[in-house]
Write a new protein. Structure first.
Length: 65
């Protein structure tokens, strides 16, 4: 039972790191385009979060198998 709890916490932690990392990538790309258009900055943040939310379950599922 405790082993399952550890495994779940580990998966939650990995997904948080993935989502946070892609958000930071989106932030970095957004800063490049910040002088061009503010909407591109906001869009890159949203895209970064979205990519993280899509990639996290895929990576965790592959690690389980």
């Amino acid at each position: 039972m405790e082993n399952e709890k550890k495994k779940k916490n580990s998966m939650d932690e990995k997904s948080a790191w993935i989502i946070g990392g892609t958000t930071m990538i989106g932030l970095g790309v957004g800063f490049i385009f910040l002088q061009t258009n503010v909407l591109i900055f906001v869009a890159s943040l949203i895209i970064g979060i979205g990519v993280g939310l899509v990639i996290a379950p895929i990576i965790i599922k592959n690690k389980k198998d």
